[in-house]
Design a binder for this molecule. Structure first.
Ligand SMILES: C[S@@+](CC[C@H](N)C(=O)[O-])C[C@H]1O[C@@H](n2cnc3c(N)ncnc32)[C@H](O)[C@@H]1O
Length: 212
């Protein structure tokens, strides 16, 4: 990761987090993409779950379970995390890592395309207190629409990679991922149902609260 001086200073304040370091090592060993949420935002995910008292947490994009562990760490008695992941092999590693970190009982990783899985959750009449949207950026606006259908007043919606490695604010980049994350960021900023902010450290993170 290319860290700015401020981010490096912040990271040096915190001691190594061995369970999360193990997750990163397992991802590396398997040759999977090294795109887990940044350490500082991982800590923020734990805090947001804890501070909101979220009981039903939904993650879109599990990879190796790094952010899943961060979210699960914030859960209190009776809280649960459901994580959606496209690839069976990634979901298997996420399950292994969540189990090793002690969160097997309160977490579930489901395999399949997130848009279809979200539609299924909507049909089931489910609702969630906190969403972490971190899958393919092309469909980020669709994930937001579906999260809003699964949300209630006070629910929190978080999106990672607001800058999308610089592609979000490079107008020359008209790739589908860049367009997707721009639309997502714009919706998070302007949708009248949301109040939000964009945190500009690391690769950017948007956080919104559903009004009501
Ligand atoms: C940036 S990674 C997630 C990182 C993870 N949240 C973390 O911080 O530890 C994006 C993940 O989304 C998954 N993904 C991509 N497209 C998807 C889709 N259509 N449905 C569900 N998951 C998808 C990828 O396989 C990948 O594991």
């Amino acid at each position: 990761m290319d860290l700015t001086a401020g981010v490096r200073y912040a990271e040096e304040l915190y001691s190594a987090d061995e369970p999360l370091e193990d997750v990163l090592a397992s991802i590396r060993e398997k040759g999977m993409p090294e795109i887990s949420v940044s350490p500082g935002y991982g800590r923020l995910l734990t805090l947001l779950v804890r501070m909101t008292g979220a009981k039903q947490v939904l993650e879109i994009g599990a990879l190796g379970g790094y952010s899943g562990i961060c979210l699960a760490r914030g859960l209190t008695e009776g809280g649960r995390l459901l994580s959606l992941e496209l690839r069976e092999d990634y979901a298997a590693l996420a399950r292994d890592n969540l189990k090793r970190a002690g969160f097997e009982a309160c977490t579930e990783v489901r395999v399949g395309d997130a848009r279809e899985q979200l539609d299924e959750l909507i049909r089931e009449g489910r609702s969630f207190d906190l969403f972490f949207i971190d899958a393919d950026k092309v469909y980020a606006p669709d994930y937001l629409d579906k999260a809003l259908a699964l949300a209630k007043p006070g629910s929190v919606i978080i999106g990672d990679n607001a800058f999308y490695h610089g592609k979000a604010y490079n107008p020359d980049n008209q790739g589908p991922g860049a367009i997707g994350i721009r639309r997502f960021n714009e919706r998070m900023a302007t949708d009248s149902r949301l109040e939000s902010t964009l945190l500009p450290a690391y690769d950017g993170m948007t956080i919104a609260r559903v009004k009501g």
